[in-house]
Design a protein around this ligand. Structure first.
Ligand SMILES: *Cc1c(COP(=O)(O)O)cnc(C)c1O
Length: 442
């Protein structure tokens, strides 16, 4: 490659940028198509930036009010008594989510674990769990015991009831009312659609649902699975009445830096119940060494609003680009966003594969490997996954996956920077064009 020696500005900079894409295998027509799509997105991007700015200030204010100091960045070992960094971080999370308390720990291994912990610690034998928004995320099926599973809530005598959303995505108010009974103790509301085709719930709609439940049963705990939703809007579900919000630190709130972890923010009693379950009755929040995780937890949370904004821009760009090419995208290019997941329905397995291979080819890590569909445990059809992440399995980093079954849709999310997400999406289109799967202007 020729070494560039001149400084690029104005028109020259645009030219140099096209050259960079060309060097990375993006052809001129694909790049030009991307720019055409982007030209329509200025206002959308400005709004995403304004939300990020709002949330950036929210996070800084929380860190200042909790008096985060240099000493908070040093972790503890062993029991972790008086772990200043851990205790302060939990105050910061409680501030950000406007809750009484929070549990934010590297000992919470993932999002599923955080959700299981919140459920198992706040439910008792004989209680009933209700999901008024349809089937929960796949991994929760085993936690609940919808499929027979060792250690499930069901094994402990906790029953489960579900009310599906209506065909148009609306809440089935009469059925929800009928499902609330004397045993109902906790209502779980999943904000993101996850890998389903229902719409993601806005914070406003979550607020309406919680108000409806509260009016009938003021004593039930309303929990929100907040995965993929953090910092997408200016409000969080805890601002509209949720007793607990729960999520993973290798998604939005970890800002791409947290190497592990989960959080539960909410009412003091709910959070303490979770702490007694995570560690031990009697010990609760008092133990749990933070080891070396704290700098990444703090810095990741600090970056999370802008990282989430980058991922959102990528999702909007992907939706708009594939919509313009005639594909069915969920949500649509101009729809409001409530999470960072974008689905594209290709209706063709080769296209799902080409898309995922394009994402992989754009990665900073493992860009040279070619993902293939395989029979993953827990799935009923082969799945192809693309991820070239710094943190293993991190889905706030640019990643995509698709099950090899109709409607042959890919689910795409993340991107630590908007610039990288843009490159990844252009790479998917380039790959589809090169394989002859997308024709037309190319
Ligand atoms: C990712 C996710 C989970 C589970 O998180 P893991 O970290 O993968 O265990 C649960 N619910 C939703 C909506 C998710 O997106």
């Amino acid at each position: 490659m020729k070494r560039e020696t001149k400084v690029h500005t104005g028109e020259g900079l645009q030219e140099a940028l096209r050259g960079q894409y060309l060097n990375l295998g993006i052809s001129k027509p694909v790049y030009a198509f991307g720019e055409e799509v982007l030209a329509q997105l200025k206002n959308r991007f400005a709004e995403i930036d304004a939300v990020a700015e709002y949330n950036q200030l929210k996070v800084v204010k929380a860190m200042q009010e909790a008096k985060v100091s240099e000493a908070c960045l040093y972790g503890t070992t062993g029991y972790g008594y008086n772990d200043l960094g851990r205790e302060t971080l939990e105050r910061v999370y409680a501030q950000v989510f406007h809750t009484e308390d929070a549990l934010v720990r590297p000992q919470i291994t993932c999002g599923t674990h955080a959700l299981a912990l919140a459920l198992m610690s706040n439910l008792r034998p004989g209680d009933e769990l209700l999901s008024p928004v349809g089937k929960p995320y796949d991994t929760l099926e085993e936690v609940i015991g919808m499929r027979p599973s060792r250690g499930s809530l069901r094994e402990y005598g906790i029953s489960y009831r579900q009310v599906d959303l209506l065909a148009d995505g609306g809440f089935d108010w009469p059925a929800i009312e009928a499902a609330l009974n004397a045993k109902t103790r906790l209502v779980t509301i999943q904000r993101s659609k996850g890998y389903q085709t229902r719409p993601t719930l806005s914070v406003e709609r979550i607020g309406e649902l919680i108000a409806f439940i509260r009016a009938r049963r003021p004593d039930v705990i309303c929990m929100v699975d907040n995965c993929y939703g953090e910092f997408v809007e200016t409000l969080e579900p805890s601002d509209v009445g949720a007793d607990m919000v729960v999520g993973s630190l290798i998604k939005n709130p970890g800002g791409g830096l947290a190497p592990i972890g989960g959080y539960i923010a909410g009412k003091k009693e709910c959070v303490e119940n979770a702490a007694f379950r995570l560690t031990s009755p009697g010990l609760g929040k008092e133990v749990g060494a933070s080891l070396t995780a704290l700098p990444a937890f703090y810095q990741g949370l600090f970056l999370a609003p802008t990282v989430t904004a980058g991922a959102l821009k990528g999702a909007v760009f992907a939706a708009s680009l594939y919509e313009k090419l005639g594909f069915d995208v969920i949500p649509g290019g101009s729809e409001r966003r409530h999470d960072i997941i974008q689905a594209v329905r290709f209706g063709n397995p080769d296209m799902v594969i080409a898309f995922c291979q394009g994402i992989q080819a754009a990665a900073p890590v493992d860009s040279f490997v070619t993902p293939q569909p395989w029979d993953m445990p827990g799935y009923d059809s082969p799945v192809i996954m693309a991820a070239g992440a710094f943190i293993s399995g991190s889905s706030i980093e640019l990643s995509a996956d698709g099950p090899m079954k109709p409607p042959y849709a890919v689910y795409f999310q993340g991107g630590l920077t908007w610039q990288h997400a843009k490159f990844g999406i252009l790479k998917t289109l380039q790959n589809l064009v090169e394989k002859g799967l997308v024709k037309g202007v190319f």
